[in-house]
Design a protein around this ligand. Structure first.
Ligand code: HEM
Length: 222
């Protein structure tokens, strides 16, 4: 019995038409056949969550994946010049009564592989209230909890606890205030972060606008 190569399985069921990869037996060039490409079917996935538990309804406007719309700006009184950055962030429903959070920034002059600041965490809401908490682990050795309020189309949070590894760079971060605002007219999400360090009072460090991200992902339904 002829074995399937796996790449074509399920295509008909998905209604996808994938061009056949050339087999090593059908090289028209006569002998210099490159290895067959393994093409996986892809499809557009709407990332706006169509289902959220009732407890997370107040966060529905921010749930999903977001990608930079215009390069963001990093600034701080200690910096010689402003710096442009790109970022993708997500607040995704992972099956528990919270949203899983992830943020990755990069230098747009180089591209998405030039990663800069990265964060992972969880966004929680106190049941039956508008009280929210964002737990974040930062890639530079700092973890923090921010607490605040969510309302229709906006959320603000202020650091309520922070800790840092012994060899984190100076100056130490004392507190951050974050504001997320969604504009239904433009469908842009704006994120502003102000930062206080041991040397500088609370001052804006980040400002960026995102749009919802729909992107191609490999089809897992094979
Ligand atoms: C998109 C995310 C971020 C980017 C692209 C970014 C980028 C930068 C850049 C370019 C500098 C200046 C470095 C220098 O002058 O040598 C800087 C400084 C700094 N950043 Fe960020 N940053 C980000 C997020 C954060 C966050 C979330 C925190 C804190 C939790 C943070 C804490 C700091 C601190 C403490 C400094 C040093 C400030 C000083 O020297 O006074 N950054 N950042």
């Amino acid at each position: 019995m002829e074995k399937s190569n796996g790449a074509g399985d399920g295509q008909a069921a998905l209604g996808l038409s994938i061009p056949k990869t050339p087999s090593s037996h059908s090289s028209a060039a006569g002998g210099n056949a490159s290895p067959p490409l393994i093409e996986r079917p892809t499809k557009q996935v709407p990332v706006f969550p169509h289902f959220l538990p009732n407890e997370l309804e107040p966060l529905a406007w921010i749930a999903g994946k977001w990608i930079v719309h215009e390069p963001g700006v990093v600034r701080y009184p200690t910096m010689k010049a402003d710096f442009k950055y790109s970022e993708r962030i997500e607040f995704t429903f992972g099956g528990q009564k919270m949203l899983d959070y992830k943020a990755e920034s990069w230098n747009p002059a180089i591209g998405p592989t030039a990663l800069m600041h990265r964060e992972v965490g969880f966004l929680r809401i106190k049941p039956g209230s508008t009280d929210v908490a964002l737990v974040i682990a930062h890639n530079f050795g700092v973890s923090e909890i921010l607490e605040g309020k969510v309302s229709e189309n906006s959320m603000w949070l202020m650091t309520s606890g922070i800790s840092r590894m012994a060899f984190a760079a100076e100056p130490a971060v004392v507190a951050n205030r974050r504001t997320f605002t969604f504009d239904p007219a433009t469908e842009e999400l704006e994120h502003v972060m102000e930062m206080q360090t041991t040397r500088t009072a609370l001052t804006e460090h980040l400002r960026i606008k995102y749009k919802r991200d729909t992107h191609q992902v490999p089809d897992a339904h094979k």
